[in-house]
Each structure stands twice: as C-alpha cells, then as structure tokens.
Design a binder for this molecule. Structure first.
Ligand code: HSE
Length: 443
C-alpha cells in the first residue's frame, strides 16, 4: 500500500479577523472573480462564518485601464503580495505554466491555501503542488481547471469518493464542440466553423491548444487522476485533435446514426491476466445519436461518468467563459476560507491506487474506417482477410458508388487499438485500397 497523504489537522484562525485574499491575474476570469466577490460579500460572510478581504490584485501591466478595481489594490509584484502576512488565500487565474507554478509553490510553501483555475499547471505538476500543500497543511483547490462551472472535481473528490469509477467520458472543450456542432448542424466546413468560433470569441487567436486537443488532454489528466486515485499527467494522455475532420466525415457519421464529438476518455483497463491500469485519451469519437453526450451542442461541456454503484451520471453546463469559471473559483474560495476560519482541510490528492498508465495500444476500441477501394471481384474478400488476420471482427460494411471505385465504410467490433492501427496501416499498402479517407473511433 502506498502512502495515503491525508491532511493533518489545521485548527483554523477563528472568525475574529478577516480572511485575506490575493488575486493573481485580472483578465476575463480574474475580473469576474473580483466583481462577484464584491457583489456577494455579505452572502459569502454568512456562508463562510467569517469575512473575506481582498488584499491585492497582481497584474502584469499596471498602466492598463481596469474598470471596477480599486487602484490601491493593484500591484505588479505578485510574489510580494503572496508573502504578505495578512494574505491567507491566493487565487491564481493567470494561465501558463512556469510563472504560475513558481507563484503557486511559493504561496503553498508560505502557508497560504491556493485556488487555481489553471488546468495546464495542475495536469503537469500536480504531484509537486499536492506535496507542497500537504507539507504546509493548506488547501489546493482547482475546480475551475476542468469544465469551469460544472462541479466535476468536487464530484469526484467528494460525492463519488465512496464509489469505484469505471469510466469518464467528457466533452471538455467548448471551442471544439462548437466547431463540430456547427459542421453538423449547418454543413459548414472545418475552416468556416473555426472562423465563426473565433469571431464569437470561443477560439483563441491561436486555437492550436483547443483544436489539437491539448486543452482537453490537460483536463483528461486531471479527471483520470481524481477518478482512479492514480497520477496521470498531461504527457500520459494520448491526444488527437479535430483539425482533420471533414464535412464528409460528418455526413458519413450522420448516415450511420452518429455525431462526431471530441471526447476525453478516462478508463480503467483490465488485461487478460486481470492486471489493472488506467488509460486516458482525447480524440474525435463517433457517438451514437441516442447517447446523452450526442445532444451536447454549441460550446457546452458535459462529463459522463460510469461508476460501479452509482451507475451512469451526466454533468452538463458551461465549461468556459469569465462568469462560469469565476463561479467555480468562488466555490473553492468559500471552501478554502471556511477551512481557514474553522480549521480542517479539503480532501487532498489521493493517489493511493497508483495504477500503471496503460499504453494506448492496449486499449480496446472500435474503428469506423472510410475508404476508397477498387470496384472489382475479390476486393471484399481480400480486405476481410486482412481484418481477420488480426482477429478483428467486422460489425457493419456499407458500400457506395464512387466514380470508377467504390466507397467502403467499415465499422469494426471491439479490438485492441494496436491491432486496429496495424490493420489500417496494412490496408493502406495494398493496391485494392486507393485511399483511407478517415479513421474515427467509436464510443
Ligand atoms: N478554451 C477552452 C474551451 C476553455 O474552449 O473550452 C478553457 O479551458
């Protein structure tokens, strides 16, 4: 059994003096955190049993005009703000990895609880951050790091702490869900849908992290770590984005009764010898139209959890944006402040299961393969033999006319990812296959 790092007792400082809060960052999220804190200060005092006081707001550019913030609170020296004696909790809403890591570690080591919305930081450095929080006997909260307003971190840490999670499948990136939904519902091309997502402010000027799945992979790492009590890092997540999805793929999916979603899939894998491991991946996925995730449209997020005792659960809502992200940050802030006043700590990181992270090749999945093949006698038999050689059973085969060739759409039964990938590689080598247009996995 590995060490189970449960918190030691923190007696609390009592309600006599306010809980001092430092906010690092005043962008889309930071400004909403500040606005909502001020608007709800009386209510928060009741919910905490003590008052919150903002001690400072750290920004990178003091010259930038900032509405709704007392200029006396602004500073460009985040480290000095963190180290003030009257700061009890640090809220990090800057983004990026290296600089926030330095600040968050400094805060934890100085005995301040930390609330962060930073998924990339948590996905890359959770071990180090959790160890620093444990050593200082303070809280590290990061509800906003996964799907913003949807309380999925708290749900996994607390509500489902008495259950065994089998699988978590999530739409955890709003930009890509918007793009795929626009392609599905309006027939838009990928480029047009991305341009619309950018115009509406969903996609960043550089949308790479969204469309290539990196943002979702950070969230998958966090979900898998919490769900399976095992450290899963960003680099452990197999990641494919949506930039190669075409209008033809969307149409083929629709014809077969599916929609394409970018899913983060975290699952417990048991091999033939009964050995358990954890797998985490992000990739475009064909979701049957009747599955609850298929109806998650526009930029909404949803997390579908399968647990041993609870069965199937779905959590749906706003996964991005200033106010929804601030909602999650403030929930954490209220929790951290309660602990500062009354004592105790939030449930911390618990990686006691310490399962190995599975090689993606060992994961069981199903493929939808869309290819262009020669239209002549014996081609189907030749293809079927290639699938059979690797023990892959075919579920459906659909053939359409395509000029001089035939378009063949094959859906497989479940098989090991490595066998499916090797089969596609082999198909691409034979002369009967003119092109493999797309390969998309099915949920
Ligand atoms: N860019 C993300 C999204 C939001 O589109 O969902 C922050 O993770």
């Amino acid at each position: 059994m590995t060490e189970n790092k449960q918190p030691t007792y923190n007696p609390g400082k009592g309600a006599g003096e306010p809980v001092g809060v430092a906010i690092l960052g005043h962008g889309t999220v930071g400004s909403e955190v500040l606005r909502l804190m001020e608007e709800n200060s009386d209510a928060f005092a009741h919910r905490i049993g003590g008052t919150l006081e903002i001690k400072g707001v750290a920004v990178s550019d003091l010259g930038k005009p900032r509405e709704g913030v007392d200029p006396a609170l602004l500073t460009d020296d985040a480290m000095a703000l963190i180290n003030r004696d009257d700061v009890d909790i640090v809220v990090e809403v800057i983004g990026g990895i290296d600089y926030p890591r330095e600040l968050v570690l400094a805060a934890l080591r100085a005995g301040k609880s930390v609330v962060t919305a930073n998924k990339a930081l948590v996905a890359a450095h959770a071990d180090e951050l959790a160890a620093a929080a444990d050593a200082a006997n303070v809280d590290l909260y990061f509800e906003a790091a996964v799907a913003a307003a949807i309380p999925v971190v708290g749900m996994l840490r607390r509500s489902l702490a008495g259950d065994n999670i089998l699988r978590i499948s999530g739409i955890v990136n709003g930009t890509t869900n918007f793009i795929l939904d626009a392609m599905e519902s309006t027939g838009a091309t990928y480029d047009d849908a991305l341009a619309e997502a950018t115009r509406l402010g969903y996609a960043e000027a550089d949308p790479t992290a969204d469309v290539e799945g990196h943002d979702a992979a950070s969230k998958a790492a966090i979900l898998a770590s919490l769900g399976f009590h095992t450290r899963v890092k960003f680099d452990d997540v197999h990641c494919e984005g949506i930039s190669s999805i075409t209008a033809e793929d969307i149409q083929a999916a629709r014809d077969a009764g599916y929609v394409i979603k970018l899913l983060a899939i975290c699952e417990r894998v048991t091999d033939e010898q009964g050995n358990e491991s954890v797998a985490a991946s992000v990739h475009p996925t064909l979701v049957p139209k009747e599955h609850p995730l298929a109806s998650v449209n526009e930029s909404y997020n949803a997390i579908f959890v399968e647990a041993e005792a609870a069965g199937r659960l779905m959590f749906y809502g706003n996964g991005a944006g200033g106010a929804p992200t601030a909602s999650a940050v403030l929930g954490d802030l209220v929790g951290a402040a309660r602990n500062k006043v009354h004592g105790g700590r939030a449930p911390g990181e618990n990686t006691y299961a310490n399962l190995p992270v599975a090689d993606f090749g060992d994961v069981t999945t199903r493929y939808h393969i869309d290819m262009e093949v020669e239209d002549r006698t014996g081609v189907l038999a030749e293809l079927a033999a290639i699938f059979a050689a690797r023990g892959i059973s075919l579920k459906t085969i659909r053939q359409e006319e395509s000029g001089d060739n035939a378009r063949l759409i094959v859906v497989t039964h479940s098989a090991r990812e490595s066998n499916l990938a090797a089969t596609v590689e082999e198909l691409q080598k034979i002369s009967a296959v003119k092109a493999v247009n797309s390969v998309i996995r099915l949920i």
